[in-house]
Write a protein that binds this ligand. Structure first.
Ligand code: ADP
Ligand code: MG
Length: 575
């Protein structure tokens, strides 16, 4: 929690104003019972109506002043806390954007969402509470005690019993509730996780008739959270009445003993009434402190989770003095590259060396899990390698800024991802300032123009979230168009033709050829027909290169390649 305070700094003025207002409000509240006791003891007792009206009017003024202070304090503290929450949220989001895929794997998407929403709300709420009560409650308790003492010394002995009881209650609650609050946040994560998976996987769930199982899974997670929440609330429900009981017993005790003292002529009625009010103020302050003790651990748990993200050092950072890499265009070279995913025993790719030049097509072929996607994800530096080096335009990818590096690359991922927006928006994602003409051209080359023109609104047709309203092959073609519109130095296609039928595949590759004739093209593919006329085919097997060469050469002297080919092409095609 303390670490997050720095986000409150810009709003220190607000916070200070709140504290001052609260101070005045507290003072006013402390003053009112004394005025009241004056009215009783001096006004009513002596039957002095003008005195009653005078002091009564003054009381009204003080009460109004206190009310105004309270309203202003509420307003300012809410304002400061919302701004504080907004700033943390922004910071979290920015941090998330800088994460490499490793860090995302570590935190998990759903936890990231809970942290940017629910956790921040918790912290925000407690910030308001703290501003309002952190200072107010102690002043009220101490001031109330002093005022009570001034009204009657002996009667304050009542507090010797009631206050320890209250403190004990607070400590017990804080101790018991703390671990429960911590686990509650984790459980909210879990619900978010289940919900996310359900919403994104709804088609699979329906197709496999898993709705009931998913319902059960959600109910379990939900019930788990409910039970914990009920446990916590039961505790609260128990504590509040007990506190009220203590308070009311204190009043009874004050009236009992105060009555006796009035009988003996040692105390006045008004003083006793004021004393009861001070007692209430003191106890209420303790109640507020108790509430804070309940809220703070919960917010603390949230603050820790927020800080975890804020303090994560992104593994992939830009170098301090980046190399611009502007001497050459489109050169990609792997030198003895070995990379393993964190926690994996075997390297995902090992000792990879090859180079690709502009105007050439390099194809990578290999079975599933052979490391093709891993290999190409290293070029835009999605991950950092353990040994060897990857050069783009003659410069190590770790020596240039990520922005510079990625601006050279048109990347078409294996899993096509589209964003909510129109088709044109999605294509322009590759190059914001692309003209309509450029967008249309990219669509034509990627063989998307046909299906786009068949859609009702053409390029202005809306793509729904996740691109669910276009087919897999259409998605792939749109994400190819997105890469094409950039006119990058290096094209990377990760299995981007797999969802296309053979005819479209052939047409697309033909159109691509003239489009990319000055660029470096790296194609990952399953189909031999896709890679056959590449300038260089790299055959991957279990993360290692088992052959590099042209189709004809590999066919003659590479066993793995021959196996792949013979599983796909007929004898005539081979010849
Ligand atoms: P391909 O694209 O050739 O099908 P991949 O490059 O996707 O293969 O995967 C190569 C290997 O790396 C596989 O064994 C896979 O289990 C592993 N792998 C892929 N992605 C991750 C990841 N994010 N974390 C850990 N291991 C991974
Ligand atoms: Mg792959």
């Amino acid at each position: 929690m303390l670490k997050l305070i720095r986000f409150l700094k810009p709003y220190a003025g607000f916070a200070a104003a709140v504290l001052v207002l609260i101070f005045f409000q507290t003072m006013a509240e402390l003053y009112l019972p004394t005025l009241m006791s004056d009215i009783v003891d001096k006004g009513i007792y002596n039957g002095d109506t003008s005195y009653i009206i005078k002091i009564g009017g003054f009381m009204l003024l003080v009460a109004a002043g206190s009310g105004i202070c309270t309203i202003l304090a509420s307003y300012l503290s809410s304002k400061a806390a919302s701004a504080f929450g907004r700033d943390i949220r922004r910071e979290l989001f920015i941090k998330g954007e800088s994460f490499s895929l490793h860090e995302f794997d570590k935190v998990g998407t759903s936890s990231m969402i809970t942290r940017t929403t629910n956790d921040i709300t918790q912290v925000q709420q407690v910030t308001i509470m703290m501003m309002r009560f952190m200072i107010g409650a102690p002043i009220m308790a101490i001031g109330g005690f002093i005022m009570a003492l001034s009204k009657d010394r002996k009667l304050t002995l009542v507090f010797a019993v009631s206050i320890p009881v209250l403190i004990m209650l607070i400590v017990i609650v804080a101790k018991k509730a703390m671990p429960l609050f911590k686990s509650m946040q984790v459980k909210i994560d879990k619900i978010n996780g289940v919900l996310r998976e359900n919403l994104t996987g709804i088609r699979v769930i329906r197709a496999f008739n898993r709705i009931d199982d998913e319902k059960r899974r959600f109910n379990e997670a939900s019930l788990d959270l409910t039970e914990t929440a009920i446990k916590v609330n039961k505790m609260m429900a128990f504590v509040m009445p007990v506190m009220m009981l203590v308070m009311n017993f204190t009043s009874i005790a004050i009236i009992w003993f105060g009555g006796k003292r009035i009988d003996l002529g040692e105390m006045q009625v008004g003083d006793m009434m004021a004393f009861i009010q001070y007692a209430m103020h003191i106890m209420f302050s303790f109640l507020m402190v108790a509430m804070m003790f309940v809220m703070i651990p919960r917010a603390e748990a949230s603050a820790v989770r927020i800080n975890e993200i804020l303090e994560m050092e992104p593994e992939i950072v830009d170098p301090e003095s980046p190399n611009k890499a502007d001497r050459e265009r489109g050169y990609v070279e792997f030198r003895n590259v070995t990379f393993s995913y964190p926690g994996a025993e075997q390297p995902a790719i090992e000792n990879i060396s090859f180079s690709a030049k502009p105007g050439e097509t390099t194809a990578i072929i290999g079975g599933t899990g052979s490391g093709k996607s891993t290999l190409i994800s290293l070029i835009p530096r999605f991950y950092d390698i353990q040994s060897g080096s990857i050069l783009v335009d003659g410069v190590d990818v770790r020596e240039m800024t990520q922005e510079n590096l990625r601006s050279k690359i048109g990347f078409v991922p294996q899993k096509a991802v589209l964003f909510t927006g129109t088709i044109a928006d999605n294509i322009r994602y590759g190059k914001e300032e692309a003209s309509d003409e450029e967008v249309r051209h990219a669509a034509e080359v990627s063989q998307s123009a046909d299906f786009i023109s068949k859609m009702k609104e053409g390029y202005d047709s809306l793509i729904s979230q996740g691109g669910n309203n276009v087919s897999g092959g259409q998605k792939q073609r749109l994400s190819i168009a997105r890469a094409l519109v950039r006119k990058p130095e290096i094209y990377i296609f990760d299995d981007s033709f797999s969802a296309l039928d053979f005819k479209t595949d052939a047409k697309l590759r033909k159109a691509l050829k003239s489009e990319t004739k000055d660029a470096t093209v790296i194609i990952v593919a399953q189909r031999v027909s896709t890679v056959m006329d590449a300038d260089r085919i790299i055959v991957l097997d279990e993360g290692k290169i088992v052959g590099i060469g042209k189709h004809k050469e590999l066919l003659q002297n590479n066993e793995v390649y021959r196996e792949i080919v013979s599983s796909q092409l007929s004898e005539e095609e081979l010849a």
